[in-house]
Design a protein around this ligand. Sequence first.
Ligand code: CMC
Length: 429
Amino acid sequence: MTQNTSANLNVGGKAVSLPVQKGTLGPDVIDIRKLYAETDAFTYDPGFTSTASCESKITFIDGDAGVLLHRGYPIGQLAEKSSFLETCYLLLHGELPSAAEFEVFERNITRHTMLHEQFDRFFSGFRRDAHPMAIMTGAVGALSAFYHDSLDIHDLKQREISAHRLIAKMPTIAARAFKYSVGQPFVHPRNDLSYSANFLRMCFAVPAEDYVVDPVLVKAMDRIFILHADHEQNASTSTVRLAGSSGANPFACIAAGIACLWGPSHGGANEEALNMLKEIGKPENIKDYVQGVKDKKYRLMGFGHRVYKNYDPRATVMKQSADEVLAAVGDPNDPLLQVAKELEQIALNDEYFVERKLFPNVDFYSGITLSAMGFPTTMFTVLFALARTVGWIAQWKEMIEDPSQKIGRPRQLYTGATQRDYVPLSARG
Ligand code: CMC
């Protein structure tokens, strides 16, 4: 971070000169830390549309250009050439691993995939029809009750063990949430399989027959995980940072992130996007549906993004994976895919969407792909949470290791009643 200019502000007759910081990429930021002390004024920015909440070296997004970089590497290159576990290492450590470093990392993650035996009983406390995201929120929070030896956030080694445990155990927990909801026995992890192959097996194997992992699905799963691994200071990541800023343990912080991700404006959008395509049903219905969007009756799910005002680079890769998966296990002539492709074309050329810079986001094609892979819609956000865990934990770690870290405590613009005296019940009109 460098500083070479300042912003001068006059608030109610009090002048203040604020430093302007430059990052390596992206807009300059006005450092307002001394604003309140020197002017008695706060800034007001609901939804944080103009606020940088932290300094970070992990992920960079240029929403106008449609660029997403992890530690400098474009998402398209990672999705094509890397693996999810290598991307995890990159996000956590800042550099791509050497062969020896990767071997150690992969072994560490693989060795932490099992859950405490007692943990399996935890699932039976949930109703069978519980949403798997409800199970995920509860189960991940409960990890802190099982792994006491990695809760000291001030101990570097314990932070590392917690990071490994979370990345390793999320697939096992996610697969159990799925198995529980369909009434099938839990499948234990197999350490000879890759991260994604093991996850697919834990989801779809049954004791009655062998499960052969399809390499096309493994590649698609791994890619979906890479595409969702991190995304800068979005709502759930900011939630994780805010929860962590109080010193809460990493398992509690990630559970907070999962709860935030569940919302339909965030991670829940892929579930909503597929439901929307099903509701439209066939290409002939698109025109009327789009009219409803323009009349503001509902939104086009899987479209638009707070940061991307261009094609979401993750959507480009996702679209390719959708084609590959449907060619392998689904129906490339699936009416939903036809609806999605036509809807995309109409929206990309329609003035309403062009004017507002509403492009397809990663969720637009992920629903169709995951559905063809055999996942019910309720699992879509779970898969997002599984993949995003590494981003959350990398951002949490970065925050804990930042010497300027303080508890997060936003202020407010108060518009409620001014001070008044309490009136006893008998005297109220
Ligand atoms: N369909 C129709 N109109 C939309 C949409 C949409 N998906 N998104 C935004 N708009 C319109 C909105 O009505 C407003 O129009 P007007 O100026 O006439 O009032 C304008 O575009 C700006 O909307 P906004 O709500 O100020 O934009 P935002 O940056 O706050 O919202 C968003 C970002 C992602 C919440 C929103 O685009 C949305 O609701 N999209 C659908 C849900 C979705 O797909 N979410 C997944 C995001 S990607 C995965 C992730 O990172 O979680």
